[in-house]
Structures are given as C-alpha cells and as structure tokens.
Design a protein around this ligand. Structure first.
Ligand code: ADP
Ligand code: MG
Length: 262
C-alpha cells in the first residue's frame, strides 16, 4: 500500500553529487553523494560530527552548500537554470521550494505560544494561503493520524516529548510535502516515548512518503528503510540495503561504528 503520496515515475526525490560545505576553514561536507528515489525511505547513520545534520540542512536551505550538485524534487536547491546559465533563486522561489520539504528536528521546535492546532495551520494558512477552515479540517485529520485529536487546543509545554514530536510531524505534513527530512527525531525522547514516534514514521513510510531519516535507531533503519547510508568525516562511506549494510558490512569504518552502537 504505497498510494497516498503519488510520485513522478522514475524520478529521484534527492540527487546529491560531490556536495561540499565549509564553516569558515572547517570543511564539514567533503563531497557527499546520495540519491533517494521517490516513495523510498533512506536512513543516514554515522557518528556525531560526521555532517549528517549539515547535509539535511543543505537540502532545506538552512545551510548553503559551497560546491557540488544538489537537486531536490527535480530542481536544483536554490538555483534555477535558464539558457544554460545558473541564477540564484529569488526569495519567493526559495519559499516555494522549501514549502515542499517537511523537516522534523530533534528538539521538536514547536511554536511555544501557539496551541497544537495553531502550530499546524500556521504555514498552510500564511505560506500556502489555504482557507483557514480547510486548513483546520486537514489539521484535525493529521492529529487523528498521529493519535492526538484530544490535544488540539493544548499548548506544547503541556505535552510529553513524544506528543510534541508527533505534533511536529503533523505540522510538517500539513504542508503536503513531497519529501520529509527527519534529524534524529527520537534522540531527545525518554526511551518509553521513542516507539510512539517511530510508529507514526512507520505509517508514513507505508503510505509511500519519501523520507530521509538521520537516526541511531538501528531497528527502525533495518525494518523500515529501503536504503541505509553510513556517513563519516563528511562523506558517504558506505550505502546499501539494510541487509547489505548491517549483515554484510564492507568498510572497516562502518563495521567499527555499528560494533559500537549494536
Ligand atoms: P552530525 O549531525 O553528523 O553530528 P553536524 O552536521 O551537526 O554533524 O556537524 C558537522 C561538523 O560541523 C561538526 O564539527 C560541527 O561542530 C560543525 N558545525 C555544524 N554547524 C556549524 C556551524 N553553524 N558553525 C560552525 N561549525 C558547525
Ligand atoms: Mg546532527
């Protein structure tokens, strides 16, 4: 059942080739190569500091790459091609591009002064200009999907971490994104709350949502991901199916990392 999120046939949701990023003199991404097909789930594993977050943030205009090729949804990130030349996108084009990408962060990042419902309808109403009543209806559907209908009028601080993260997922989905990025979505949660968030993500994957997930949850990666990528030192060191990566690990670096977390 992969029907709810129809996708262009044969196209890649993400194509990264030789992506480089510096912070001052520190080179954080040293030529990242990655493709993600529509409708697939790609997990990124790797030690802290290996550039996973920076790479995700480059896809979503939160960081700007310095070198390389990065295409999301069939378009270059931040640039448009015209007559064989590249032009930087205008703010409005960047906003349109970002609106198609949902992102979920480790620390939820909900708006603290808004209720759950207000958090979810904010972007659809003010960015997509969707009619408020329609936005509320969609938001209630999404809250039901993440099991939080009863919390529509609650403020984020009154919710558990797991509930807040499920609201954050609903908020991202409210924009009807073509791609969802998750940056360690369960790392800030108490262990007993991890499962409820992973279950929502499992459901999304089963519906055919295209997802890139940075995670240390190896069980989730093994079970849900189509492709697992191991990053270290600013590059993709190894990638493959979960079986290839976990059971037939090729590189010493990935073996050492998996040996430590398993
Ligand atoms: P990961 O998500 O794999 O832990 P990050 O992408 O967060 O790795 O970080 C990679 C490296 O880039 C780290 O050394 C980190 O300290 C550095 N870094 C990340 N963001 C910034 C920033 N805004 N300014 C300077 N250095 C940064
Ligand atoms: Mg990170």
């Amino acid at each position: 059942m992969r029907s709810s999120h129809p996708s262009p046939a044969g196209a890649f949701a993400v194509v990264a080739r030789g992506v480089e990023k510096y912070f001052g003199h520190l080179q954080v991404l040293k030529g990242v190569n990655l493709t993600v097909e529509y409708g697939k789930v790609c997990c990124i594993l790797g030690p802290s500091g290996s550039g996973k977050s920076t790479f995700l943030r480059c896809m979503n205009h939160l960081e700007r790459l310095d070198k390389g090729f990065l295409e999301v949804g069939g378009e270059l990130v931040g640039y448009r091609e015209q007559g064989g030349k590249l032009y930087e996108m205008k703010k409005s084009e960047v906003a349109r591009q970002r609106a198609d990408i949902g992102m979920v962060f480790q620390n939820f990042n909900l708006f603290p002064h808004m209720t759950v419902l207000q958090n979810i309808i904010e972007a659809p109403v003010y960015v997509r200009r969707i009619d408020r009543k329609q936005a509320v209806e969609h938001a209630m559907d999404l809250l039901s999907k993440v099991g939080l209908t009863a919390k529509a009028d609650a403020y984020p601080r009154t919710l558990s971490g797991g509930q807040q993260q499920r609201v954050a997922i609903a908020r991202a989905l409210a924009m009807k994104p073509k791609l969802m990025l998750f940056d360690e979505p369960t790392s800030a949660l108490d262990p007993e709350l991890v499962g409820e968030v992973l279950n929502v993500m499992r459901g999304l994957a089963a519906e055919g949502m295209t997802m890139v997930v940075v995670t240390h949850e190896l069980g989730f990666a093994r079970e849900v991901c189509d492709k697992v990528v191991f990053m270290d030192g600013g590059v993709v060191v190894e990638e493959g199916s979960p079986d290839e990566l976990f059971n037939n690990t090729r590189t010493a670096r990935a073996k050492a990392f998996l040996g430590k977390v398993l």
